[in-house]
Design a protein around this ligand. Structure first.
Ligand SMILES: [Zn+2]
Length: 295
């Protein structure tokens, strides 16, 4: 008997055997194809399950989601963007299993609070900054799900002074300004010639002026949004993970400065913004915790 954790990311699926301490064994990954997305996901789940009896599946998905309906609709997976009934599909594959489904931000904050930089903390905001910007909130010890399971979706709060169009249909969203993908796009528009967030970070460390300006722009937007959210939530701990958050001081210095400049109320004076300790396994670890939680 096994429990499975599944991470539905923008560009890849990851799945493995979940343990109740949030660790995940035998992790396998497949890229998300342009078409036949469910077939790829199903293949991965079957491979991970092998012939074992599956008792539970914890699913963490890129958003937006509709948790009460069991529907996922990641903006970055075109074939699913209008909505895919992921819970029904996984249930059909493993009829005996309990299926637990949450947005990746909820998985992230669960993992940070149980295993990461927010261990034992009752009020915390966790963000992931990679191809998109996501997040999750634990408030007074409880995960904030919201009405449809999208609570904590900080990537679509608005940052001042920006009118960048966003994949959500709006404009000026944090994700449209500060994600790795958006930052690469902005830098290229201003004459930088690299392709990826990793290259952009390397260029910033090598003092490329456009790369430094891009990082400052992203870091300031993140810090501003973090200060706003911290005031709203009355939290003094914010954990930031995701690939692009590993860009080091060119991103973190302006981020911390913007957060400090805006978080001035007495209850925000101790606001700490710290890097995630969970690297790229956070969603999977959170999905493992979902899968193995008592019914
Ligand atoms: Zn948006």
């Amino acid at each position: 008997m096994v429990a499975i954790a599944l991470d539905i990311g923008a560009t890849k699926f990851a799945a493995g055997i979940a343990d109740s301490d949030g660790s995940v064994r035998d992790v396998r990954r497949v890229p998300v194809p342009e078409t036949g997305v469910w077939a790829a996901c199903r293949g991965l789940l079957e491979e991970v399950a092998s012939d074992a009896e599956v008792t539970a599946v914890g699913i963490g998905s890129a958003g937006p989601v509709d948790v009460p309906s069991g529907v996922t609709g990641p903006l970055n997976i075109p074939e699913w963007a209008a909505g895919f009934r992921i819970v029904d599909a996984v249930q059909k594959l493993f009829p005996q299993a309990a299926i637990r489904f949450a947005i990746d931000g909820v998985c992230l904050v669960l993992a940070e609070q149980r295993l990461g930089a927010a261990r034992g903390v009752s009020n915390v905001l966790a963000l992931t900054v990679s191809s998109g910007v996501g997040g999750g909130v634990i408030s007074d010890g409880r995960v904030v799900m919201g009405r449809t399971g999208n609570g904590g979706h900080i990537g679509h709060i608005i940052v001042p002074g920006n009118e960048e169009p966003c994949a959500c249909g709006g404009f000026g969203c944090l994700e449209a300004v500060a994600s790795g993908k958006s930052s690469v796009r902005w830098a290229r528009r201003h004459g930088w010639e690299g392709e990826t967030g990793v290259e952009l970070a390397a260029a910033a460390h090598a003092d490329d002026p456009i790369a430094l300006e891009t990082m400052a722009r992203a870091g300031t937007a993140l810090g501003t949004a973090i200060a706003s959210a911290a005031a709203l939530l009355d939290t003094d701990l914010v954990v930031v993970g995701g690939g692009f958050a590993q860009s080091g001081e060119p991103l973190w210095k302006p981020l911390r400065e913007a957060a400090a400049a805006h978080a001035r109320l007495t209850f925000l004076r101790e606001l700490r913004v710290v890097p995630s300790e969970l690297t790229d396994q956070a969603t999977l670890a959170g999905a493992a915790l979902l899968a193995t939680q008592p019914a």
